[in-house]
Ligand binder design. Structure first.
Ligand code: ADP
Ligand code: ADP
Length: 237
């Protein structure tokens, strides 16, 4: 089953200076992600990877083309359906994007508070997530008291709070040392295998793709220049 489908998607931004050329961040991109797979998007900085992710959760609207999640065009959703979509797509970031003034538990609870879940349900879900990511003893700590790997595990727990079917990872291990990177990649594999979450990772690191992805898409200058199984793409000259 195809969960994510981009068809002929272009995203351009107005010129940075008057009379300049528009910036074409994503240029006629078509791609599909099947339910249950881990798909990687690799490319250098500026290739358009983050823009593709932001188009998927409707933080950006395409200049042309369509973005469908589970068969629904995300650009045509009403406010309510848009909120449901965001609950169905978790996101994690290179710099973790935690709320510094909230505890670990408070960070994880945040999306559930936004969704107005009952207090007792939130507490139970936060406990479950803390245990899942191995941070049960850090519930009352603040982000500044955590290591990078621990912060990313909080970011992951927060992204999973609303039980999304899709997890988008934007350079999620790029700020971490090699050992911590391995830990986080192992956690992402568990999320895919045990929870059945479809994962899209964007990275500039081949090793991340090798360790995690079933399929890879290579982007350059806003375009897809290659795609296929990780083995085929990474072993081609
Ligand atoms: P990547 O994630 O691969 O590093 P991005 O998607 O962040 O690439 O950016 C692709 C291109 O689009 C870059 O040239 C970037 O400067 C440009 N871009 C991204 N977002 C904006 C924006 N909000 N306004 C103008 N240009 C942007
Ligand atoms: P920003 O403009 O930097 O995204 P926000 O205060 O809106 O500022 O959000 C900061 C970070 O908090 C986001 O990048 C994201 O990681 C997280 N966040 C915001 N809203 C939500 C949400 N509904 N669910 C989960 N995390 C969220």
């Amino acid at each position: 089953m195809t969960l994510i489908r981009l068809t002929g998607v272009t995203k351009s931004y107005p010129p940075a200076s008057k009379g300049g050329a528009p910036v074409v961040a994503v240029d006629d991109v078509s791609l599909t992600v099947e339910a249950g797979e881990v798909c990687g998007i690799i490319g250098y900085s500026g290739a358009g990877k983050s823009t593709v992710l932001r188009l998927m959760n409707a933080l950006e609207t395409p200049t042309a083309g369509s973005v469908e999640i589970d068969g629904r065009d995300v650009t045509r959703l009403r406010e309510r359906d848009l909120r449901a979509l965001r609950g169905d797509i978790g996101m994690i970031f290179q710099q973790f994007n935690l709320f510094d003034s909230r505890t670990v538990a408070g960070n994880i609870a945040y999306p559930l508070e936004v969704a107005r879940r009952p207090r007792t349900e939130i507490a139970a879900r936060v406990d479950e997530l803390l245990r899942f990511v191995g941070l049960a003893d850090k519930a009352k700590s603040y982000p500044e008291q955590l290591s990078g790997g621990q912060k990313q595990r909080v970011g992951i727990a927060r992204a999973l709070a609303t039980s999304p079917r899709i997890l988008l990872a934007d350079e999620a291990t790029s700020a971490l040392d090699p050992d911590t990177t391995q830990e986080v990649l192992a956690l992402l594999r568990r999320i895919n295998r045990e929870l059945g979450v479809t994962i899209l990772v964007i990275t500039h690191e081949m090793d991340v793709i090798r360790a995690l992805a079933d399929r890879v898409v290579v982007m350059e200058n806003g375009r897809i220049i290659e795609s296929g199984s990780v083995f085929d793409v990474l072993s081609s000259p």
